[in-house]
Write a protein that binds this ligand. Structure first.
Ligand code: ZN
Length: 65
């Protein structure tokens, strides 16, 4: 079977999409922010930020800045 140069890129995209699937998704920034706030109230040691994913275009939460 011939090896194709674009295989690694496709694999990276699959990994990215798989990681999106495991994350919480929000349809808009407001929902993501209220979930982040709730999470921070429950666990005062975490600091969460919201970001719009360029892979799935939903909003996710991250503890990274
Ligand atoms: Zn995503």
């Amino acid at each position: 079977m011939p090896r194709r140069n674009n295989t690694p890129k496709q694999q990276r995209q699959l990994i990215q999409l798989a990681s999106c699937r495991d994350k919480r998704k929000f349809g808009n920034e407001k929902d993501a922010e209220s979930a982040a706030e709730l999470q921070m109230l429950l666990s005062l040691t975490v600091e969460l930020h919201t970001y719009q994913c360029d892979q799935c275009h939903y909003w996710h939460l991250t503890s990274k800045k």
